[in-house]
Design a protein around this ligand. Structure first.
Ligand SMILES: Nc1nc2c(c(=O)[nH]1)N[C@H]1C(S)=C(S)[C@@H](COP(=O)(O)O)O[C@H]1N2
Ligand SMILES: [Mo]
Length: 322
């Protein structure tokens, strides 16, 4: 049987952001004015208390694209990307999108604590009102040897560090996903050390590529991608990019992630993409571009070495690659 399938390379990059929406909105309001209006709108406040539908942040998107970050491949189609996910809080299958709709994303409180001038909590919409959103096209490489290309919207992690005001004794940022086994059935599996935890050094966190994604495909980020806020570190294997974050702790000790606690040999702290260092169970030399069937050689640091290679100088004795 001949199956007609739309191939990834037929999808123009501009589909990442529905251009007409962006242009018409910009004609009326600057992006900043839109954000300010939203922050004080009574409807938004009610929506936050009662339900997450409609998403009170929806008018912040699409965000203006930052053209600095370009791709060497087409953007993965939204339907493909939104139906092939890892989100173990909702189960171990890749078809997790439906189950992930149980995630409640308002109210969503984020705690900033540890070695900071003053610990505090703030709601996701208060945070969104304090940052400038932009869109970035990033490659994404899972340790399982598949990849996608994603138009994230969000803001640089460095902006969060600025708001957090860490003390000089802070060496790492430890991030934590929500913990709610009633809402997330995967968290009833007691053999996982929930909640999901990940970490970065402060230097990694403040690298210009390190991004907190609150949107994708020109909209608030879908639940299966880790709404309402997830990490995007495109030079690292996918598991580092923790989803649905509720806590950022500035700490002295290197955080130990959920995966590292489970299987240290396969999920180290550094986890940078390197095609020359095989995973203990398979090669990392190439990757499948999900949605196209194409296989491509994997690039060192996923092609982002110009931005990040310097971060790892002097760390040759660390296990940087798995
Ligand atoms: N909280 C949480 N974050 C997570 C995961 C998870 O199961 N739970 N999976 C990780 C893995 S292994 C990958 S590959 C990416 C998948 O992101 P995506 O589904 O948006 O492509 O999320 C990462 N972040
Ligand atoms: Mo992954």
């Amino acid at each position: 049987m001949h199956v007609i399938r739309r191939r990834g390379w037929e999808i123009p990059e501009r589909e990442a952001t529905p251009e007409h929406l962006f242009l018409s909105r910009r004609a009326v309001l600057g992006a900043g004015a839109a954000a300010a209006a939203l922050a004080i709108s009574p409807q938004a406040a009610v929506a936050q208390r009662v339900t997450d539908i409609p998403d009170p942040s929806k008018d912040l998107y699409p965000a203006r694209r930052n053209e600095k970050y370009t791709l060497d491949r087409p953007v993965t189609r939204e339907e493909v990307n939104g139906n092939y996910n890892n989100f173990y809080e909702f189960g171990t299958s890749k078809e997790i999108a439906k189950a992930a709709q149980a995630l409640r994303i308002r109210p969503w409180t984020i705690r900033i604590d540890g070695k900071v001038e003053k610990p505090f909590e703030l709601g996701i919409d208060d945070l969104l009102a304090r940052v400038a959103l932009e869109e970035r096209l990033y490659r994404f490489r899972c340790v399982e040897a598949w990849s996608m290309a994603i138009p994230w919207s969000g803001f640089p992690f460095a902006r969060l560090v600025e708001l957090a005001r860490p003390l000089s004794s802070a060496k790492y940022v430890r991030m934590e996903t929500f913990l709610d086994p009633k809402m997330a059935p995967g968290q009833r599996a007691s053999w996982y050390p929930w909640p999901y935890v990940e970490g970065l050094t402060i230097a990694e966190a403040t690298n210009e590529l390190t991004f907190l994604a609150t949107g994708a495909y020109g909209k608030p980020i879908a639940k299966q991608h880790g709404a309402p806020i997830r990490l995007a570190v495109p030079w690292k294997y996918g598991f580092k990019s923790i989803k649905s974050i509720v806590r950022f702790s500035f700490v002295e000790e290197r955080p130990k992630s959920l995966w590292q606690q489970l299987q240290d040999s396969e999920y180290g702290f550094w986890a940078n993409v390197n095609p020359e260092v095989p995973h203990p169970r398979w090669s990392q030399a190439s990757e499948e571009l999900i949605g196209t069937g194409e296989r491509r050689p994997t690039l060192k640091f996923n092609g982002y070495g110009d931005y990040v290679a310097d971060l790892y100088k002097g760390l040759e004795n660390e296990r940087l690659w798995a």
